[in-house]
Design a protein around this ligand. Structure first.
Ligand SMILES: [Zn+2]
Length: 392
């Protein structure tokens, strides 16, 4: 088995493709079909030795040209929350999944967390910030090197990809793009996301429909070995070679009506690996999960997946899902049903934290707040719940 993988790695290293999701809906992919098929089939026979919940440390490299691009910690946290929801079947838009597909919906059981120590072992918040003068730095190369991923090209060097999942957040004409297993230089392994389609709490998103935090989920699908759901080309002849994703011949650029079909079966338009807008993508399949976990096992064997002391288990980190915050249009009081001892933050639409307080009641008095749109972030231990509301 190892020989097969060495062969595949060698093959992929020869390629320089990046897998991308663009605001123009063009996503180039140059992987050879027969080799990819071998990859999928051989991986399908393997069993991951790292069972149970996996905890992956993430470093976010914020490379900004303007203040707006220098996204806030609250925005970063909202992205991390969305990611953890998506990878644990906790995303709120799961209701769009048809009953027939619930049986094959996968819980990846992966928990991403902000790195707590840097490469030298020093404490860190898992965020780097780098000022650049280069417009759309995410789109440029120098002698084949991706500028955003290198200090000397005006970007930011990766932290050791054997130990961290690197995510660069920057200005780019794409929504995001990812390295593909074995296909990119070691120091360029990781995901790039447009600051304007990153996180869930800004209201000034450049790209309507991509503010649900799922762009990073889609790109991590590529990072973990997934193709788009239609496979290599948008034709029925091509497939992603994963058994439980239906064959599909087109990319959906808008939320579809009804149950569209292009290759004799109902298209899974809400799969995270389609192009559908954020509110209309909601799941990975069990077949995709198998590929992703095996990719983790064989391509990123050194990436830590152990639970760090400070991170609570998956089972607990979403206890706030049981909590309801209402109303959406607030006169004076916001009510928090299901809990009455928690910390909360009040955040404006720019991501600025206006207030942090410990509450011992389920009523939050907002009488003095000026009119506008805000976010309430509830915190219990490592758990967070973000709710948007309008103060009248
Ligand atoms: Zn893509």
């Amino acid at each position: 088995m190892i020989k097969i993988y060495l062969f595949l790695i060698t093959f992929f290293v020869l390629l320089t493709n990046l897998v991308a999701q663009t605001n123009e809906r063009h996503c180039p992919l140059n992987i050879n079909e027969s080799n990819y098929k071998d990859l999928i089939q051989s991986k399908g026979n393997t069993v991951t030795s790292r069972s149970g919940t996996k905890y992956i440390p993430v470093v976010f490299h914020i490379v900004y040209r303007t203040d707006e691009q220098n996204v806030s910690e609250a925005q970063i946290q909202s992205q991390l929350d969305a990611l953890n929801n998506d990878f644990n079947k906790k995303n709120e838009n799961r209701e769009i999944i048809r009953n027939d597909d619930l049986a094959i919906e996968a819980n990846l059981d992966i928990h991403f967390y902000l790195a707590e120590t840097d490469e030298s072992g020093r404490p860190t918040n898992g965020i780097t910030r780098t000022k650049t003068d280069i417009r759309n730095i995410g789109d440029y190369y120098e002698d084949g090197d991706v500028k955003i991923k290198h200090d000397f090209l005006g970007g930011k060097d990766a932290w050791n990809p054997n130990r961290f999942l690197n995510v660069w957040v920057c200005e780019t004409e794409l929504l995001g793009f990812s390295s593909f297993p074995g296909a990119n230089a070691f120091d360029e392994m990781g995901v790039v996301v447009n600051y304007a389609s990153f996180g869930t709490i800004a209201t000034d998103y450049k790209y309507d429909g991509y503010n649900g935090g799922h762009v990073l989920t889609h790109e991590l699908g590529h990072f973990l070995g997934l193709l788009h759901i239609w496979g290599f080309e948008e034709e029925c002849f091509y497939d992603d070679n994963i058994d439980d994703t239906p064959n599909q011949s087109i990319a959906y650029l808008e939320c579809p009506f009804g149950t569209p079909s292009t290759c004799g079966s109902i298209d899974m338009t809400y799969n995270f690996m389609d192009y559908t807008p954020d509110n209309c993508i909601a799941m990975f399949t069990k077949g995709q999960k198998e590929v992703m976990l095996n990719t983790l096992e064989f391509y990123y064997p050194s990436l830590p997946t152990e639970q760090p002391d400070s991170v609570t288990p998956n089972d607990n980190f979403n206890i706030l899902n049981q909590v309801t915050v209402y109303p959406t249009l607030v006169d004076n009081n916001l009510f928090v049903k299901g809990i009455n001892d928690f910390e909360y933050q009040l955040i404006d639409t720019k991501g600025v934290v206006l207030k942090t307080e410990n509450a011992h009641s389920n009523i939050i008095d907002l009488a003095n707040l000026s009119s506008g749109v805000y976010y309430l972030v509830l915190k219990v231990e490592q758990t967070r719940k973000v709710t948007k509301f309008v103060k009248l």
